[in-house]
Ligand binder design. Sequence first.
Ligand code: ADE
Length: 225
Amino acid sequence: MRIDIITCLPKLLESPFSDSILKRAQDKKLVEVVVHDLRQYSTNKHRTTDDYAFGGGAGMVMMIEPIDRCIASLKEQRIYDDIIYMSPDGELLSQPLANQLSLKKNLILLCGHYKGVDERVREHLITREISIGNYVLSGGELAAAVVSDAIIRLIPGVLSDETSALTDSFQDGLIAPPVYTRPAEYKGWKVPDVLLSGHEAKIQEWRHTQSIERTKARRPELDKN
Ligand code: ADE
């Protein structure tokens, strides 16, 4: 899979991809993440990528031309499954959406800033819009990193334990059960006996019950049981 991220603040995207699972996924060539500086596609001498809004009002608007030029140069090189605009009014990111996107081959994520992008970008260049939650961030960069992380960790081979993405919270509409590690007792706080019993079937049953109870208590809107 390849993810191209278009931004006017490329530095914001350096650290999320240079550590841990996302770095390893790139090192193993399971994903290629390429960050594009929108300024490089600006044609004016100050390399600006935004301008005042027609009709007035506070806040700058990202111009269509650099975005169009950047997307066009990428589309010359490969076919994209989706060109996604990160926006608080997009479709809410969910586990099923991450699962669906993890099956794609080439994605573009466009990060918005300021007051947003010229509406013609959304009308003519974008194929879908994604929000990571009902709140407004300063820009789409952190949202693009969140979406990329949610997708990349699902690519086969990225997680060392192949089954662990399948047992994540939300994969089966349930919250993940609690986990513990050594010591078995700390300050008198004990690990549930069943987890120390070595009885695999009982452990699985306990985990499933915990998942159902937690989902009912914490996220009742997910509960389908
Ligand atoms: N850009 C600004 N806020 C955002 C959000 N909540 N989700 C995605 N992109 C955004």
